[in-house]
Design a protein around this ligand. Structure first.
Ligand code: MRU
Length: 308
């Protein structure tokens, strides 16, 4: 796995030989982003089969790695339902999950690009690009596709504290693709909207409930409220593997709480007082009522959402 914890300043790969190690890699966020977590978990099951590890145990350990992104459980369910559970079969299914994700992202990009004006300042949060998926990306994929369609795009990329996926990873991808952008501190979003410098917001998703309520990186809900106040379209871009139709609404989505250190330390350096109390949920839930449209590989959906 490409170690996303040390990008963009270091490019390091980590080798994994067991499902347990892959689960730890997901937990530690060596790999992150909902679709990428699902793909990694499927390959983790292939490793378990290769080394004759107990598949039930491997499945359980991988399921416990991170709670919010439903793609993880979706991918593991797919592996679990295979008729033979041989190494070859699991490896093939994992490759299929990966290839399908890339196809879905390209379709999301194509569908989403139709919503983007010819000249657009687009705000986004976290990293939803190639690093978070099998390639192209979801929200970032829409931006890539709009650009490929000849639109004049500029991106406002939110830093995304505490782990800075926007500053580290989205900026890395935008620079790589030569996409015009500025990285901003999360608190700058309101000012830019008030100044009329944001034409739309596009975010990804970790789990979408039947009524359209959407869990995504902490800070997404704040952007949706701001966008609503300033009358700016707010879009979610996600593949159908991110939908959880078993949950009627977002209050039932499990929200991961991460370590206090993510708040109190930056790059391993303590910046808060000793024993500083913290609260560090990794995700928030944006009500479907604040989402202008949900962009999927199957098309663009509008309110009222009903994905049951
Ligand atoms: O904690 P992370 O970095 O895994 O959170 C990622 C996000 O919230 C993304 O927006 C989401 O998974 C969609 S990635 C295409």
């Amino acid at each position: 796995m490409l170690d996303q914890r040390v990008l963009p300043t270091r490019v390091e790969w980590i080798r994994y030989d067991s499902a347990e190690e892959v689960a730890q890699g997901i937990k530690d966020m060596v790999v992150r982003g909902a679709p990428a977590i699902g793909i990694a978990a499927a390959y983790g099951m292939a490793l378990a089969a290769l080394h004759n590890q107990d598949p039930l145990k491997a499945d359980q350990i991988l399921r416990q790695s991170r709670p919010t992104a439903v793609n993880l459980f979706w991918a593991l369910d797919r592996i679990k339902s295979l008729p033979e559970n041989t190494f070859d079969e699991i490896l093939n299914e994992s490759k299929l999950i990966e290839q399908e994700d890339l196809k879905m992202n390209l379709a999301i990009g194509k569908n989403g690009a139709t919503l983007i004006p010819a000249n657009a300042n687009i705000m986004t949060i976290c990293n939803t690009g190639a690093l978070a998926t099998a390639g192209h990306g979801t929200a970032l994929g829409v931006i890539r596709s709009a650009l490929a369609n000849g639109k004049n795009i500029h991106v406002w990329s939110c830093e995304t504290r505490p782990r800075q996926q926007g500053l580290r990873l989205t900026a890395f991808e935008l620079l790589h693709d030569n996409i015009p952008f500025h990285s901003i501190a999360d608190g700058t979003a309101a000012t830019l909207m008030a100044q009329g410098k944001v034409d739309c917001v596009i975010a990804g998703a970790d789990r979408i409930a039947a009524n359209g309520d959407t869990a995504n990186k902490i800070g997404t809900y704040m952007l949706a409220v701001l966008a609503h106040h300033h009358n700016i379209p707010f879009y979610i871009a996600a593949p159908t593997s991110t939908f959880d139709s078993s949950l009627p609404n977002g209050s039932l989505i499990p929200i991961e709480e991460r370590s206090s250190e993510e708040i109190t330390h930056i790059e391993g350096v303590q910046v808060a007082p000793d024993n500083c109390p913290t609260f560090n949920p990794g995700f928030d839930v944006t009500p479907g009522s604040l989402i202008t449209a949900i962009i999927t590989e199957n098309g663009v959906f509008h309110q009222p959402y009903n994905f049951a």
